[in-house]
Design a protein around this ligand. Structure first.
Ligand code: ATR
Length: 275
């Protein structure tokens, strides 16, 4: 999607993927900086590690505690003490870490499912990295009640504790809801592999008790959860919109230009689903 966007805007830029071992992450970021890269995206398991590997954190990265986008820029004005400063007569590049995942979650929920988050009751499945960001971001939108359900309950409880501290007006629990909810959101990785079961325990909670279901997984296009949700008459969406919006925001951070969303969406669909 990025290369399609560069082409659409006539930018002679390239987006490339590199597989980096976590033990080499610091060296990889320094290497990209040394080679005058405009920036980087990072994915699992690098998003948490990178927080301590950039010169500065944007508010988005501070707030959500993870970095998925880095921008390299020449420092202007007085360079902070932790920057390498003037080298060979020019100001060195410095790195800033951003998080574009969190905003992309709520943007996609609104766009793809038309969910009104304020006052909503939401069942969130999963309490790993993606689940944590989703839970905190959703809590920040003044929802009424959040049910955090995870295979390992202690991880859900840890996030629930954080929500209680940061967003005391949101009711939060770590068990399945008794009554209807407005949305079920899957942030577990269950569904990624062919033949994976649904992450929702339908003995505990019926799909008839929700209006909408969002699965952060976008490949396969329709997980067992989304298939069952459609059959139950729910409005459904997969995580492609989230992938699109985190990418579009990163594009804007690097280039300073408005992302050509339609071009990016078409490129994504073509690459991910061969459409
Ligand atoms: P990510 O960064 O994509 O969130 P993660 O941090 O490894 O990845 O989190 C994976 C999530 O999927 C966790 O909530 C995990 O549950 P546990 O915390 O109990 O490990 C959940 N998950 C993975 N496999 C699962 C399975 N077979 N059944 C239920 N939940 C599963």
């Amino acid at each position: 999607m990025h290369n399609a966007a560069f082409a659409a805007l006539g930018l002679n830029w390239r987006y490339l993927a590199f597989e980096v071992d976590p033990k080499n992450l610091r060296a990889a970021i320094a290497g990209a900086q040394a080679m005058n890269f405009a920036g980087l995206n990072l994915t699992v398991p690098h998003k948490l590690l990178a927080v301590d590997m950039v010169d500065a954190l944007d508010d988005s990265a501070k707030k959500w505690g993870a970095v998925n986008t880095i921008k390299f820029a020449r420092s202007t004005g007085v360079s902070p003490a932790n920057l390498s400063g003037i080298e060979g007569g020019t100001l060195a590049l410095h790195s800033t870490g951003f998080n574009t995942d969190a905003d992309a979650i709520t943007q996609s929920l609104r766009e793809d499912l038309k969910v009104e988050l304020r006052g909503a009751k939401i069942l969130l499945l999963g309490a790993g990295g993606a689940g944590r960001t989703a839970a905190l971001k959703i809590a920040s939108e003044n929802v009424a009640e959040l049910f955090l359900v995870n295979r390992t309950q202690s991880k859900a409880e840890e996030i629930a504790g954080e929500i209680k501290r940061q967003f005391p007006s949101v009711k939060v629990s770590t068990v399945y809801p008794k009554d209807n909810v407005d949305l079920i959101l899957n942030a577990t990785s269950l569904g990624l592999k062919h033949g994976d079961a649904s992450p929702l325990d339908e003995n505990e909670f019926s799909l008839k008790q929700t209006r909408a279901v969002y699965d952060m997984i976008y490949r396969p296009e329709e997980t067992a959860l989304l298939k069952a949700a459609k059959a139950a008459g729910c409005k459904t969406a997969n995580g492609l919109g989230m992938l699109l919006h985190q990418g579009a925001k990163a594009f804007e951070i690097w280039t300073g230009q408005t992302a050509p969303l339609d071009v990016m969406r078409r490129a994504l669909e073509g690459n991910v689903y061969g459409q």
